[in-house]
Design a protein around this ligand. Structure first.
Ligand code: A2P
Length: 219
């Protein structure tokens, strides 16, 4: 690899300030704690355990994955096609090191991942790569730009964080197909909906405003 290729990071993204990381972690822990006590959740426990009677402690089930961030472009040190163009985009260069306020609009849980949905502003969408939402899921191609934006809060044993964005796209594709999901209850934090196959979404009544720095990560 050339020196220039070597200089590309593992990924670009917004990195949450540490005080807000603690708040987001606490909020998601509270949510998990409540979720696994709900009768509606217990009814669908088999999605998580594979066995009907088994109990699950969601706080233990998911493992944290380092600094909370919202990935914009995964570069893999330049191995990903288009990552060089992304790094050279004037908007990316100008925003490097700048502060933003991310809006966390929902929390979601699947048997694989737990994450927060990030609703990007027009200004933030400028930093979102055009092809990031297209991956994998059928129907995802017709979702609005930035649909995949999220923060990985935890992954089940053996699951890689890349899965979180795919899980979010799946839920959004169901919503777009007109599948309203099953409204379970109004919780203090917001309304909880079940989308089948262990997919839960809590739409936050008050989005969490999360200050974050746009930067990169080399690992
Ligand atoms: P995410 O953004 O959902 O948290 P890893 O530790 O597996 O190398 O991943 C480093 C970061 O890059 C994680 O934040 C991860 O997921 C993200 N990531 C990994 N692979 C991809 C991919 N193929 N596309 C988009 N983001 C990815």
């Amino acid at each position: 690899a050339s020196l220039e290729e070597m200089s590309l990071p593992l990924y670009f993204g917004w990195f949450l300030l540490s005080s807000i990381q603690d708040k987001v972690r606490c909020t998601s822990m509270d949510f998990l704690k409540t979720l696994d006590t709900l009768e509606a959740f217990k009814k669908h426990l088999i999605d998580f355990t594979g066995k009907a009677e088994k109990e699950v402690d969601l706080e233990q089930y998911f493992h944290a994955k380092g600094t909370l961030h919202c990935t914009t472009e995964f570069c893999d040190f330049g191995k990903v096609k288009g990552s060089k163009e992304y790094a050279n985009n004037p908007a990316v260069k100008e925003s490097y090191g700048s502060a933003f306020e991310l809006s966390l609009s929902a929390l979601f849980v699947t048997p694989r991942t737990v994450g927060a949905r990030v609703s990007l502003s027009e200004e933030q969408l400028v930093l979102w790569p055009a092809d990031a939402d297209k991956e994998a899921e059928e129907g995802a191609a017709s979702l609005p730009l930035g649909s995949r934006a999220h923060i990985t809060l935890g992954c089940a044993e053996g699951v890689a964080p890349v899965q979180t964005g795919l899980d979010l796209l799946q839920i959004l594709a169901l919503q777009q197909d007109g599948q309203q999901g099953e409204l379970i209850e109004e919780m203090e934090l917001g309304s909880l909906t079940y989308y089948g196959e262990g997919r839960w979404l809590l739409a936050l009544r008050e989005p969490i405003c999360a200050p974050a720095i746009f930067s990169d990560f080399y690992g």
